[in-house]
Ligand binder design. Structure first.
Ligand code: ZN
Length: 839
């Protein structure tokens, strides 16, 4: 083994392809690693709640060192996170984070699974989490994952005994795993699953603990570890030219939208798992103890193992094709094995190895990246045998055709064959889009009914080709999804998945339109053609009380992918009101109401998402005073755009521009979220901001996190931030000072203004302040004490200092009326003498 490892040094492999879309091309080291893995019949399932929760060191170690089949079950797709690389939030962020997990698994060698649980945002307690998720459905999905993947070992990322001390989703993931460990083998539970799979009893359940669970390394060192097993996850892989922790860092650095790009590490590093359930282990016993993870594990496996062990021991790095006879012999034996689970898993692995050993290149590229139902698409096929093996292309079967196309051509060594086929995309409207978004989700759950889809990371590709081959006399079929291959002068060769799109889609320029008075607004709709010669009309669906004209606009687009813009005039009702508008494109009597969203980042494959095209229209009853607002940006929010929507002039003030002269022109200065956490300059500029207040200005500071504040004093008086937050967006609000001007001028604020909020009330409220501050509101989550720090106002000199943890940055993009009315009052504080700028 050691000798072999040394000789592997000759083969430098790069396991990370820069173009995530490119098909995997195996070199000799990778084929050898795949053979090693083929000879291990053991599996590990790692369970946590979110994309980026997973410990890639341990996943990579299990996959690359232990060679176990390893998967990460992330209960959610991370819709509730923040996006540091682009504008996508919510469902679309979940799509990106799903792909980032798949990218991470391509690096660390794991597989990826999910449940239907929706990441609804921060949750303080697993009880709340399991109430918002449908606990029984998520538990059913964890059981389904266990019954399908059939892990020997389950490892929880989080501690099921830590309720209330970490994110509720985290603890809930561990609690559900504990329950599912017992239920998966109970044939009386989730019986409908058993029509598709079998019960399964994992051998052991562990918790992946760490020193930080105990506060410090010192505390952890003192701990009795008799119930724990540790591994050195810093092992070096000569075949990869990398240490395990380097592989792990590359994997977790795929979580770019969460800002997880990080430095790699090398060298010895201990990882601990604590035994929780199952068959007990002796100290330092193997985690698989009691399970034969060799081919002897399955009936009929012994003969297969004998052949494949020889391939592994005598692996020919110069000519892996020399192993084809043995690999094909093993393949034939494997087809007669009774154990369906291992037969399926190992057949897939073995086919990949056979394909790689024979240097087969099979590719199907469409001449266009996408097409609509009923369209014709030309496919280019490339078939190449780069070995001396006797390979015959018997036929190929297109997923769009019922019968295969017979070829019977011998693939002469290194003689490329090209075929062209024209296919017609079926008319079944089976569009390419994430399956979990096909139906409207609830706050806590995706709505997926097809049990076979539940848990899959992506929608299975609808258009593919099966190449039916005869390799050295053994029939073998290899499936390739249709892709689109193209090049760009500044990027080189690129790949995209081939996608099926509607013949027409439509989008509205903004997701929310605020009508701050009864004036009409022009709203632009973009119609995009999914095929040539689109002719029809577009009309708007709109809420009662509103008006839209003209009733219809003609649409005529000659070329696929071209767009046409049409403008509708929207007239709001007289009084406060809100609803949704949807463009409906009618082509040949059929309505199309979806928007086509494209997600294009270099680290993940191109994604197309179809979502109902709709925008919120809000008629506000709002009064405003003052006109010119200065905005100091923090970690990024859309508050400036939202304030412009209600008629303010908003000027972004760069930190270096903060000076007494520059501030005097503004009616109010607003500081963006987390500015005091990230903007270094505020340390030096705070005195000018306070001076501005002293001279009569209004300063409104939005939330900052309690840790890592760049200045000593946020306020002119004592003000201490805490981690107090109210995560229930419907939590009751108590108005503490009903007569305070800020709650009365120019808009009278009532409990109605706290209706329809999204995600949360607010976060990082101060919990200590000096007597100069007046708290205006109180609120709390279920079972907690009243929190009064959501909105604090203090007079300072002639002006007002206002600190608020209310999450305006979330409410504005959702078009929440009350949030606009309250913010208008903050901006208007002490402006009673100034005229309204409204017409
Ligand atoms: Zn998490």
């Amino acid at each position: 083994m050691y000798q072999l490892r040394l000789c592997l040094l000759l083969f430098i492999s790069s396991i990370v392809s820069l173009q995530a879309q490119q098909p995997k091309k195996y070199n000799s080291s990778e084929i050898y690693e795949a053979v090693q893995k083929l000879n291990v019949l053991g599996s590990v399932l790692y369970i946590a709640a979110h994309p980026d929760d997973e410990n890639t060191r341990l996943i990579s170690y299990m996959s690359n060192e232990v060679k176990a089949r390893t998967a990460y079950l992330s209960l959610t797709r991370g819709d509730g996170g923040q996006n540091l690389i682009g504008p996508e939030i919510r469902e679309l962020l979940g799509v990106i984070r799903t792909q980032e997990l798949l990218a991470a698994r391509r690096v660390d060698g794991g597989e990826q699974r999910f449940t239907r649980a929706n990441d609804f945002g921060y949750s303080k307690h697993p009880d709340e989490t399991l109430e918002i998720w449908n606990k029984d459905d998520v538990l059913s999905d964890v059981v389904w994952a266990i019954r399908e993947f059939k892990p020997d070992i389950i490892i929880n990322r989080f501690d099921h005994r830590r309720a209330g001390r970490t994110h509720g989703h985290h603890t809930a993931s561990a609690m559900l795993s504990m329950e599912a460990f017992d239920l998966a083998n109970d044939a009386s539970k989730y019986t409908s699953q058993l029509e598709l799979t079998q019960t399964w009893q994992p051998k052991r359940l562990f918790y992946n603990t760490s020193w930080w669970r105990y506060g410090s390394q010192k505390e952890f060192d003192k701990l009795d570890k008799s119930n724990m097993i540790n591994f050195d996850v810093g092992v070096y892989y000569p075949s990869k030219g990398m240490s395990n922790n380097e592989v792990a860092a590359l994997a977790s650095s795929q979580h770019l939208c969460q800002g997880f790009g990080r430095l790699s590490q090398r060298g010895s590093q201990q990882e601990y798992i604590e035994f929780l359930k199952g068959e007990p282990l002796q100290k330092n016993e193997d985690i698989f103890s009691g399970i034969d993870v060799s081919w002897n594990r399955i009936e009929g496996g012994k003969a297969i193992g004998k052949i494949l062990k020889l391939v592994e021991t005598h692996f020919n790095f110069k000519n892996p094709a020399s192993h084809l006879p043995q690999l094909l012999e093993a393949y034939k034996l494997l087809q007669n094995v009774k154990d369906e689970h291992w037969k399926t898993v190992k057949t897939k692995e073995l086919k990949t190895i056979i394909e790689a050993c024979s240097g087969l290149y099979l590719e199907v590229s469409a001449k266009t990246p996408n097409a609509a139902p009923n369209s014709n698409v030309t496919l280019d096929m490339e078939v190449l045998n780069r070995s001396n093996a006797n390979i015959n292309l018997v036929s190929y079967s297109l997923s769009t055709l019922e019968r295969g196309i017979t070829k019977n051509i011998t693939l002469a060594s290194n003689q490329k064959l090209n075929f062209e086929e024209s296919i017609t995309i079926s008319n079944n409207k089976n569009y390419t889009t994430p399956y979990w978004l096909n139906k409207k989700s609830s706050l806590g759950m995706y709505n997926v009914e097809n049990q076979n889809l539940i848990g899959l990371p992506e929608t299975p590709r609808a258009v593919f080709v099966d190449f039916n081959l005869m390799i050295e006399g053994t029939p073998l079929s290899i499936r390739k999804p249709v892709i689109y291959r193209y090049s760009k002068p500044d990027k080189g060769e690129l790949y995209r998945p081939f996608e099926i799109i509607p013949i027409v889609s439509a989008s509205i320029s903004d997701k929310v339109f605020i009508f701050e008075n009864d004036q009409q607004k022009e709203i632009e709709v973009t119609v995009k053609a999914g095929k040539n010669n689109i002719e029809g009309y577009v009309q708007m669906a709109y809420p009662k009380g509103w008006n839209v004209y003209p009733e219809k606009q003609k649409v005529e687009i000659a070329n696929k992918d071209d767009i046409q813009k049409v403008v509708f005039t929207v007239i709001p009702p007289k009084n406060q009101n809100e609803g949704l508008i949807t463009p409906m494109v009618n082509i040949d009597g059929e309505f199309y109401t979806d928007e086509l969203i494209e997600i294009d980042y270099a680290h993940i494959p191109f994604q197309t998402v179809l979502m109902p095209s709709e925008s919120k229209v809000v008629r506000l009853n709002i009064e405003t005073r003052g006109k010119n607002i200065g905005y100091i940006e923090g970690a990024g929010d859309v508050v400036p755009e939202s304030l412009r929507q209600i008629g303010y002039n908003v000027t972004i003030i760069e930190p270096e521009q903060i000076s007494p002269e520059n501030l005097t022109n503004f009616d109010a200065i607003v500081v963006g979220i987390r500015a005091y956490n990230i903007v270094e300059d505020l340390k030096f500029k705070q005195k000018f901001l306070l001076e501005y207040v002293k001279e009569g200005g209004n300063l409104i500071i939005q939330y900052n996190t309690s840790r890592g504040i760049k200045i000593d004093n946020l306020a002119p008086y004592n003000l201490k931030l805490s981690r107090d937050r109210v995560t229930d967006e419907n939590a009751a609000i108590q108005i503490l000072e009903p007569n305070h001007p800020i709650l009365n001028f120019p808009n009278k604020i009532t409990s109605k203004d706290f209706e329809g909020w999204v995600q949360e009330r607010g976060l990082y409220f101060p919990n200590e302040w000096s007597k100069e501050f007046t708290p205006l509101l109180a609120s709390n989550d279920k079972g907690e004490s009243s929190k009064k720090g959501a909105l604090l106002v203090a007079k300072y000199g002639k002006g007002n200092y206002i600190y608020t943890g209310l999450s305006f940055f979330r409410e504005f993009p959702a078009g929440v009326s009350g949030a606009f009315r309250i913010f208008a009052n903050l901006l208007s504080a002490e402006k009673a003498d100034k005229p309204s700028f409204k017409n």
